[in-house]
Write a protein that binds this ligand. Structure first.
Ligand SMILES: Cc1cc2nc3c(=O)[nH]c(=O)nc-3n(C[C@H](O)[C@H](O)[C@H](O)COP(=O)(O)OP(=O)(O)OC[C@H]3O[C@@H](n4cnc5c(N)ncnc54)[C@H](O)[C@@H]3O)c2cc1C
Length: 414
């Protein structure tokens, strides 16, 4: 058989399910989060076969609460790929946010400056839509509950992925042409890249992440900048609201009983004329130690990292899921071009194109973190300078325009 040229379409991967011999798929996607499922859907829409491997059950990933705000460019990217039907039907949109500081509330309308909105669509709903579309509509292969995923030969043009089958305990091998590493911050694929490729930033602060069974108490995201610590309010649904409270890193959620949580939220989010917060049962309470990392470049051989596997952005600026979708669009389109037309340009430019937006968002996250946490830093100089920054955004049209662009992620591919 004639050896295949580097850029020729890969066409000889018809899957077969005989467990005695290795299966073959052009692409194995490790991880069924927003990144992996979007890549899988893009491949299936182009009739490229792929296998998604996921350690958790379908029920678990469809219920895991995390993100809630999707930027308009990302929604349009999903829509262009036939993945936003239910989102566009059901998601309310936000056009403003509010800063509360010194007992005063300051509205900031970013949509009137950019034309772009946020769509409020909790991550479990998006994941549910993406799984259904991938597995039930587009007929994509997916294995839930797999154990001990390992990658082999990713420096060669015949890599493979193996995993332990949950039912039989048997190790199964899948040969492929490409591996998409979409297994999040605690996955296995990033460990295949040399550790010196990962740069990190630790904010040295914690956030108590809360979900309250309570309707939102404002029609927009509220950021409370307060000497006792930062606090935030974000709608998730008419019945559920996400709140954050700054706390020491590594704090124990048990240190935060119901009464203490609500007392701190009332105090840190107080502003004259503001609606009082509606309290409710706390259905999630976990401490996030705020840190970021970036792997650079995102590719090793036939392994392409995407989403949180490639870069983590603490939820300070609500960017992680948006970046995961950005990667998935680039990677999915690049894989389709390579596998169906032999066009390698998308894959060869993938890392650089992804990282351009990643670094803008990382920088914005650092900037915003200073604004959020300056007042509670115990350093009067930092408190003064970070408040000056906020006043600039709230008063100066050029500063407001630049902030709005980054906040909603418009024009950040420079
Ligand atoms: C409290 C909180 C609030 C957030 N709010 C926002 C927000 O408002 N906006 C925003 O944009 N982002 C937000 N984020 C970030 C966002 O949730 C993540 O960036 C997003 O989930 C990344 O998607 P992903 O597909 O890359 O990874 P994940 O969603 O983590 O998916 C990875 C998948 O891989 C699976 N997996 C792990 N290891 C393996 C393995 N070895 N083999 C196979 N599968 C594996 C996991 O079970 C998981 O299903 C928030 C995060 C948190 C924690």
């Amino acid at each position: 058989m004639r050896p295949r040229g580097h850029n020729e379409p890969v066409t000889d991967f018809s899957p077969h399910l005989n467990s005695a011999s290795p299966e073959r798929f052009p692409v194995v996607v490790v991880g069924a989060g927003p990144a992996g499922l979007t890549v899988g859907n893009i491949l299936r829409a182009a009739r490229v076969d792929c296998l998604v491997l996921e350690t958790e059950t379908r029920e678990f990933i469809e219920a895991r609460p995390r993100a809630g705000f999707i930027e308009e460019w990302a929604v349009r990217g999903l829509q262009a790929r036939g993945l936003a039907g239910r989102l566009l039907e059901r998601a309310p949109t936000h056009t403003e946010c509010e800063f509360r500081v010194g007992g005063e509330a300051h509205r900031f309308g970013y949509t009137k400056l950019t034309g772009h909105r946020h769509f409020v669509y909790p991550q479990p709903l998006l994941v549910t839509d993406l799984v259904r579309e991938y597995a039930d509509v587009r007929g994509g292969a997916i294995r839930f509950g797999v154990r001990d995923v390992r990658l082999h030969g990713i420096g060669t043009d015949q890599p493979s992925v193996s995993y332990v089958c949950p039912g039989t305990g048997e190790r199964r091998v899948v040969r492929c042409a490409f591996v998409a590493g979409c297994d999040g911050a605690r996955g296995v694929t990033r460990t295949l890249l040399p550790p010196e490729r990962t740069s990190r930033h630790d904010y040295g602060i914690g956030w108590l992440a809360l979900l309250a069974e309570a309707p939102p108490s404002s029609d927009c995201v509220v950021f409370g900048i307060h000497g006792r610590g930062f606090a935030a309010h974000m709608a998730r649904s008419p019945e559920v609201t996400r709140y954050y409270l700054e706390c020491p890193p590594g704090d124990d959620p048990e240190n935060w009983p119901h009464e203490r949580v609500w007392a701190e939220l009332h105090e840190r989010l107080a502003a004259s004329g503001a609606r009082p917060l509606t309290e409710g049962r706390l259905i999630e309470k976990r401490v996030l130690d705020m840190h970021n990392y970036v792997v650079q470049p995102l590719v090793r051989g036939r392994l392409f990292l995407a989403g949180d596997a490639a870069h983590l952005t603490a939820p300070i600026a609500a960017k992680g899921m948006n970046l995961a979708l950005h990667d998935a669009f680039l990677l999915g389109d690049g894989l389709v071009a390579r596998l169906t037309k032999g066009d390698d340009s998308g894959l060869s430019g993938y890392s650089e194109a992804s990282l351009r937006r990643v670094w803008q968002y990382q920088e914005f996250s650092l900037w915003l973190s200073d604004v959020f946490h300056g007042a509670s830093s115990g350093d009067a100089f930092r408190a003064g300078t970070t408040l000056a920054r906020l006043r600039r955004v709230l008063s100066l049209p050029s500063a407001a325009a630049s902030f709005a662009d980054l906040y909603i992620g418009k024009n950040t591919d420079y």
